[in-house]
Design a protein around this ligand. Structure first.
Ligand code: ADP
Ligand code: MG
Length: 558
């Protein structure tokens, strides 16, 4: 084994910055090793990458399942992030979600692996040896040593165990949904609102959620026992209520329920099926050969709607495309909010039916029932502005001063006793499956160098393209955006060969991710990227927004 890292760094003091390269390799630290994976060429380049490996650092009860390991890794990352506050070290601890990420992993044998960015000091292109020695030789090893089970104080151990149990319970709740005929579950006592649009922590002094009697269900969990809350059934669910009464907040919590949250988040017992997908209007987006004929019957330009492309979609066509693309990628539940929908995609009332005879758009109200009856795709829709949906909903939830009430019977009575719109379309037509040209999912930039980078959660740079993800609401962090880019590159590199459809390619990718976790998205052991696992639905959403995407063929159902 090599010499002491701190001593070596002190010896390098004053030498040219490039000499940091000599550090690459493994160094012993107390309780484990520190590997310098790669160093930066100059002080302004992306930070050097360091990997810490601590054997036997996690206790057996937190390593028994992949969910427990993911939970414990998240717990440790958050703890380490706090310990490193005030240092220049860059740790990808993520946000409120508990995701599988490259920055921190717990292995089945109890080894804890942490990776982080270390900007090495050298303002005048000379190594600041003493400062680097303190950072890598003292601060970091001391902080990571504190992650070991042996070193955790009693309350830290209790918190770690609770964290894993909470995540395990959320996974169990989500897993119970299908058998119970539910698409989502919101436990009594859950805190749904967030502090602000840019602060995802729970709102203080919020009204806790309470299930309305008609929708109250009890689901079992391995750790907390039976949990009571609101079960949202399969089919068509409407969330109604006056403005500012908490409708969108409920829907957003359901959207977030595809991911797990830690204790204290408020949404740790709010779960949705993994295939629940938020769709919204997004004018200006690119659409490449989508079959939007289910929602757009014809266009004034005469363009085909079963093979529709545009570089600049309207509000309604963008939403139509996002809905059929979600269905194509395997969504089982669509989540739609009137606040972010195109009005003419949602409703067409009796008076407009009289005035405008030839409307190209088939409003969602016409398709929402057959979508479930014929395709098995449920919908949860926030709609305070149009009563046309009262008659097509299986379940109607009313939000009133943040309290949920079930008003299905009353809604059906109103729908039956007042004149409404006339049905103009029936059934849900076939949606073509697309075969994507794998060559168009190539992240090589003009110089041939691969470019996959995230700018926040809104933009993914993929090759020469900037993919706008700002309307893809269930993307939760920057590392997940990078993960989406990697997944797209994998699809293009080998998964989509042989003329399989995009959906089939996503199946192959899912299987690989189920085997390897986030490692499936890595480029080998020296890959310095912070990556977090995305869902197939967000990968598909990014593919669909890639302006340079090419679609080879459309496969139509017989
Ligand atoms: P709507 O969609 O019905 O117009 P929102 O869901 O946007 O209403 O909520 C309006 C406001 O109420 C938001 O600022 C939100 O944070 C707050 N809010 C929502 N639910 C609660 C709650 N349970 N307790 C306290 N405030 C809440
Ligand atoms: Mg709203």
């Amino acid at each position: 084994s090599r010499r002491d890292l701190a001593a070596t760094l002190r010896d390098l003091d004053g030498q040219s910055y490039a000499r940091y390269r000599s550090l690459v390799g493994e160094w012993p630290i107390p309780h484990g090793t520190l590997e310098v994976v790669r160093t930066q060429a100059d002080p302004f380049a992306p930070p050097s990458r360091v990997r810490i490996t601590l054997p036997d650092a996690a206790p057996e009860h937190l390593t028994t399942t992949a969910d427990r390991r993911r939970a414990h890794a998240t717990f440790l990352l958050r703890r380490l992030h706090r310990a490193l506050r005030g240092t220049p070290l860059q740790l990808d601890a993520g946000g409120q979600e508990v995701l599988d990420r490259t920055a921190g992993r717990v292995l089945p044998d109890g080894t804890v692996v942490v990776e982080l960015g270390a900007p090495l000091p050298g303002p005048k292109r000379r190594i600041l040896g003493r400062e680097a020695a303190t950072l890598l030789g003292e601060t970091l090893p001391a902080a990571v040593a504190g992650l070991r089970w042996e070193a955790l104080p009693d309350d830290g151990r209790g918190a770690a165990t609770r964290f894993a149990e909470t995540v395990e319970d959320a996974v169990a709740l989500r897993g119970a949904l299908a058998d119970r005929g539910l698409v989502a579950f919101v436990a009594d006592g859950a805190v749904l609102p967030r502090r602000s649009g840019i602060d995802d922590r729970p709102l203080e002094r919020a009204t806790p959620f309470a299930a309305p009697e008609g929708l109250r269900v009890t689901l079992g969990t391995p750790n907390a026992g039976p949990v009571v809350g609101m079960g949202i059934p399969e089919g068509v669910t409407l969330i109604v209520g006056g403005g500012y009464h908490g409708k969108s907040t409920l829907l957003r919590a359901i959207e977030a329920g595809v991911h797990d949250h830690g204790p204290g988040d408020g949404r740790e017992r709010v779960v949705a099926r993994v295939d629940a997908v938020k769709v919204r209007a997004e004018d200006g987006r690119s659409v490449v050969r989508s079959d939007v004929s289910a929602f757009v019957s014809h266009l004034p330009s005469g363009e085909p709607t079963d093979d529709f492309s545009t570089t600049n979609a309207s509000g309604s066509t963008s939403q139509a495309a996002s809905m059929v693309e979600a269905i194509e990628a395997g969504a089982g539940v669509l989540l739609v909010d009137e606040d972010t929908s195109a009005t003419n995609m949602m409703i067409r009332d009796a008076r407009m039916q009289q005035l405008i005879a030839t409307e190209p758009l088939v409003p969602f109200v016409e398709r929402i029932r057959p979508l479930h009856a014929e395709r098995g795709v449920s919908s949860v829709l926030v709609m305070g502005g149009s009563g046309d949906y009262l008659g097509v909903a299986d379940t109607v939830i009313m939000m009133s001063s943040y309290a949920a009430d079930e008003v299905t019977t009353r809604a059906h009575e109103i729908a039956a006793s007042t004149p409404g719109r006339t049905e103009e379309h029936s059934g849900f037509p076939a949606v073509a499956a697309r075969v994507v040209d794998p060559g168009s999912l190539d992240p090589a930039g003009r110089q041939g160098k691969r470019r996959i980078t995230a700018r926040g959660t809104d933009t993914l740079t993929f090759g020469e393209d900037d993919v706008d993800l700002s309307a893809v609401g269930q993307v939760v962090d920057r590392s997940q955006v990078t993960g989406i880019g990697r997944a797209m590159a994998l699809l293009g590199d080998h998964v989509l060969d042989g003329g399989i459809t995009l959906a089939e390619g996503l199946d192959v990718l899912d299987a690989q991710i189920a085997r390897e976790g986030v490692e499936a998205l890595r480029d080998g052991p020296r890959d310095p990227a912070d990556l977090a696992l995305p869902r197939r639905h967000e990968v598909a959403a990014a593919v669909n927004r890639l302006r340079s995407l090419r679609v080879l063929t459309l496969q139509r159902e017989q």
